[in-house]
Unconditional design. Structure first.
Length: 163
């Protein structure tokens, strides 16, 4: 039988929140590294807290340049008020699909797992698009605290589909 790891108690308000999705950025994986990979690794706690289910993934599972991609994708989606944005993190723990329909409703799909080899969790919820600016601002604040180090090939960014 697999061990039960239990939930980690988040401390303070999340750095980024979009409805039931919350992201706490605790620091850099390797604080003194300046290279593109190790220098940008962020130690995070990601949580989706939905009715009858709470799922968390914790550790160095996001990169600073991925936060850039996430912020830019959300900003563009909010600017157009239409279309779809898909964010696939390099680590297989997190995938987001955001879409704004003709009425301005934001449909959010979150795939989150602590262990992609043995589990998967999908959450879907709808929000008003007015939730996006605070999520974007939270990401900008994370990048202020943990700017991208080294150089990054932008081809590793998000996939966008506009409607």
């Amino acid at each position: 039988m697999a061990p039960h790891w239990g939930l980690h108690e988040p401390s303070g308000l999340p750095d980024m929140q979009l409805g039931s999705l919350a992201i706490w950025v605790r620091g850099r994986k390797i604080s003194d590294s300046e290279d593109d990979w190790d220098g940008n690794g962020l130690s995070v706690l990601i949580q989706v807290d939905a009715a009858y289910a709470v799922v968390q993934a914790e550790g160095p599972i996001l990169q600073a340049w991925e936060i850039v991609n996430l912020v830019e994708g959300c900003r563009e989606l909010y600017r157009k008020m239409a279309g779809e944005f898909v964010f696939d993190a390099v680590q297989p723990n997190l995938r987001l699909k955001l879409a704004i329909d003709a009425r301005g409703q934001l449909d959010v799909g979150v795939d989150l797992t602590a262990d992609h080899l043995v589990q998967s969790h999908h959450f879907g919820f709808a929000l008003d698009q007015s939730y996006l600016p605070a999520f974007i601002a939270g990401g900008e604040n994370v990048l202020y605290r943990f700017p991208v180090r080294g150089s990054r090939d932008e081809s590793n960014g998000p996939r966008r589909r506009d409607g």
